[in-house]
Design a protein around this ligand. Structure first.
Ligand code: NAD
Ligand code: MG
Length: 395
């Protein structure tokens, strides 16, 4: 028998380690061998310093960063004696992204993830992308940066990961359409009147997936699917009319690709983010993962419905943003963030979110495109300002 060659450990940095994606990533890494096979050049979080420090110690990370500049001392003392370097604030976050690594898990929520992810892209790291806002807000720039950096872009969002798995690389010209599945969320069968009265607590209770607060509410409003339509356009180079959404309450089919010969290829699995995360980490191989196996005899039935865009206007807004192009994705996302925060704070109703986003998109439909990341931030800021002013008017 050959003795196995000495191989260096695989380096994986994790942005947003304390969140839902981040915790699942660490779980998968532990399952795949933990510290024996992985090194963690950098790990980041924000408010939960205790968890961040524990994760950094558990993985023997080299650099731990909190996004909150005011928590540096807390993090430093939580790491005392470990030899792990501490950092805090936006520039430390970018430094975390820029630390030499083989793969970066982009698991921060929102546009705050853009700059540190781009820092890793520029270094040529492979990117496991959960942070959909990177592509929604800055798709064209992000793509140029990936091409220049030379790393792989591996989608972690479950729908896009599914499409990535069934997209035959040498048959891309023969792709007719991609079909994103949506669970329909907790209000799938609610009337508009019922939807107008829902609370953030009920909106955050996702029927199939366990996720962070904001993405759970975005799933209930289908703004998450709207972001995913724009994300798919950038990831797979589709025209807006080639991107379809179908409600599939069981979340077993994670998405599909339709080809010009009429074939539809689908990826199926239990609704568990550790699959997409493990797929991205192991790519191009397949790892053994601790996810539930599908028992088709027990699945009984898989259902499909056309989405109702009068109750879920977010889908139409995504199509508008894709058709208008330019910075409308950044505007949709920025305005949506403000509307979402206002809904969580109890200032506006569930259905008001889409009205605010639509109005902000119309007001900022000025043909601007992004030449630099600063242009993206400016569009994001303008969208937030307009959305905030609309909130004040409606108060
Ligand atoms: P989460 O809220 O659970 O975690 C977010 C992470 O980002 C945390 O570590 C938090 O500390 C950090 N963070 C929050 N605000 C920050 C800021 N301003 N600056 C720096 N760091 C900040 O969110 P999540 O559910 O893990 O989602 C992360 C990303 O992955 C989102 O873009 C989401 O859309 C996407 N995603 C998540 C899931 C899922 O199952 N959770 C599925 C698909 C895609
Ligand atoms: Mg998704």
């Amino acid at each position: 028998m050959n003795s196995s060659p000495v191989t260096r450990k695989r380096r994986i940095s994790i942005l947003g380690a304390t969140g839902s994606i981040g915790r699942n990533t660490l779980d998968v890494m532990t399952h795949l061998g933990g510290r024996d096979v992985f090194e963690v050049p950098a790990i980041t979080g924000m408010g939960n310093i205790g968890l961040l420090a524990a994760q950094a110690r558990q993985t023997s990370a080299q650099f731990a960063v909190t996004a909150d500049p005011g928590r540096y001392d807390d993090l430093k003392s939580a790491l005392a004696g470990s030899g792990i370097e501490a950092g805090a604030g936006p520039s430390a976050l970018i430094e975390a992204g820029a630390r030499e690594t083989d793969l970066l898990m982009a698991g921060i929520v929102g546009i705050a993830g853009l700059a540190p992810t781009l820092a890793a892209v520029a270094n040529g790291a492979d990117i496991a992308l959960a942070n959909k806002e990177c592509l929604v807000s800055a798709g064209d720039l992000f793509h140029q940066a990936i091409t220049k950096g030379g790393g792989k872009l591996l989608p972690v969002d479950s729908e896009h990961n599914a499409i990535f798995q069934v997209l035959e690389q040498d048959q891309r010209h023969a792709v007719d359409r991609i079909i994103l599945t949506a669970s329909g969320g907790p209000f799938r069968n609610f009337s508009r009147e019922q939807m107008a009265a829902v609370t953030p607590e009920t909106a955050a209770a996702h029927p199939n997936w366990s996720m962070g607060l904001k993405i759970s509410i975005d799933s209930a409003s289908m703004f998450n699917k709207a972001l995913e339509m724009i994300e798919a356009r950038h990831l797979f180079g589709m025209r807006p009319d080639q991107i379809e959404v179908i409600v599939h309450p069981q979340s077993i089919i994670h998405s599909m690709v339709g080809y010009t010969d009429g074939s539809v290829l689908a990826q199926l699995g239990a609704p568990d983010m550790r699959h997409a995360i493990g797929y991205a980490i192991a790519h191009p191989r397949r790892a053994s993962l601790p996810v539930e196996r599908l028992d088709f005899a027990r699945l009984a039935q898989l259902e499909f419905y056309a989405p109702d865009e009068t109750r879920f206007p977010a889908l139409g807004l995504a199509r508008t943003a894709m058709q208008r192009g330019g910075l409308q994705g950044a505007v949709l996302n920025g305005a949506k963030e403000i509307a979402l925060e206002a809904f969580i704070a109890g200032q506006i109703g569930f259905l008001d979110m889409a009205d605010i986003v639509a109005e902000a998109m119309d007001r900022l439909d000025d043909g601007r495109t992004a030449h630099t990341i600063e242009d993206v931030y400016a569009a994001d800021r303008d969208a937030r300002d307009v959305a905030s002013s609309l909130l004040r008017k409606s108060a």
